[in-house]
Design a protein around this ligand. Structure first.
Ligand code: PEP
Ligand code: MN
Length: 358
């Protein structure tokens, strides 16, 4: 992104009043189910005095038809009223220009683009056009797939429409691998985003990463330990009976407990917590390395079959020499010790030969 565009992004502290540079907390139900539900949840949320923004899903992007898709426009006056009543800013997800228009009509302060919208540049551009000339704050979730360019592209399109109050939201990524999380955090990605656009406020949505209420706290702690600027948390007064995302929504009491621990006791900022968060990054890296190794060995097996049918000997010393020289050069470029990489490659090669010799 050109540096001039990056400078357009307003620092969070210029438009959001956050006590003593505390993290921004956005909280509220996954979806509005009734006026009373929104009121009950909001009332309980503000009691802790740590939440600035009430999130309310009004149009719900469901994977399959026939499920609760939100109450639509009918819920917008409630969102406005309840936010006013409790001194919160109102935030609603928008996925098309018509929804932006309705949110503007009902004076919704902030809108957010969901993970299923951020993947679609046509839709993002249309939404950007409909935001032109407004002072709306826009939160931009990462796309469902781990594509940093798509995320940055969405930010550029919204910025291009003259919107200066922008917040990126890390909500994890769908990758086709087994995990205890609903969406893989892939912490490296939001951290790279922050490096590329340093002035961009970045918050974490631990609810959509966790997928289960019991994992929300640990993800929230990691995010703050990695210096993210805030959290967006799904909160419901009766999660078990929620019409959407019942497994991951937490009660206002649970939110209160998490925020007391993270903000008042400041646990996320202790060296031990930071260490834990960085260990998480290392775990992700190690898993990535092991997956690559497993893919490599599958290729080795395939070559083994070809060697058998073409009656080629398994051990090819020239190829080994080439591999070692090439990987050592690559290692040097990456700032790694060449002798260390030599050892690893020798071991991998040994294992490959063993696989092909069986
Ligand atoms: C949501 O915030 O309720 C939502 C649908 O999230 P995401 O776009 O991250 O899936
Ligand atoms: Mn949700």
């Amino acid at each position: 992104m050109p540096p001039s565009a990056i400078q357009e992004i307003m620092p969070l502290s210029h438009w959001m009043s956050l006590p003593e540079n505390r993290p921004l907390i956005v909280a509220g139900p996954c979806s509005v189910e009734s006026q009373q539900q929104l009121k009950t949840t909001a009332q309980a949320i503000v009691a802790g005095k740590r939440v600035q923004v009430l999130r309310s899903g009004v149009w719900k992007p469901r994977s399959k038809p026939g499920q609760f898709e939100g109450l639509g426009e009918k819920a917008l006056p409630w969102v406005r009223q309840v936010s006013n009543d409790f001194g919160l800013l109102a935030a609603v997800e928008v996925a098309k220009p018509k929804q932006v228009e309705l949110c503007l009509k009902h004076r919704i302060d902030m809108m957010w683009l969901g993970a299923r919208t951020t993947v679609n540049p046509f839709m993002v551009q249309d939404i950007a056009e409909s935001l032109k000339g407004t002072d709306t704050a826009v939160m931009i979730k990462n796309p469902v797939c781990p594509d940093l360019h798509l995320w940055i592209g969405t930010i550029e399109r919204i910025l291009g429409a003259g919107i200066k109050k922008i917040i990126a939201v890390h909500r994890g990524f769908f990758i086709n691998k087994k995990s205890k999380y609903r969406n893989m955090p892939l912490w490296d990605l939001p951290l790279t985003l922050k490096k590329e656009i340093p002035g961009l406020p970045l918050i974490c949505d631990p609810s959509h990463i966790a997928g289960q209420s019991k994992l929300v706290a640990e993800i929230a702690a990691h995010a703050l330990a990695l210096n993210m600027n805030g959290l967006m948390v799904e909160v419901h007064h009766d999660p078990e009976n929620a019409l959407t995302d019942p497994l991951q929504q937490i009660t206002p009491q649970k939110l209160h407990d998490i925020l007391t621990e993270l903000l008042d006791c400041n646990t996320a900022q202790t060296p031990l917590h930071k260490l834990k968060a960085i260990r998480n990054l290392i775990d992700e890296n190690d898993y990535g390395m092991l997956e690559l190794l497993s893919e490599r060995m599958a290729l080795v097996k395939e070559i083994g079959e070809l060697k058998k049918v073409s009656e080629t000997v398994v051990l090819q010393t020239e190829r080994l020499k080439d591999i070692i020289a090439d990987r050592q050069q690559k290692a040097a470029e990456l700032g790694l010790s060449t002798s260390f990489v030599n050892e690893i490659m020798q071991l991998i090669h040994k294992e490959s030969v063993a696989i092909q010799s069986t």
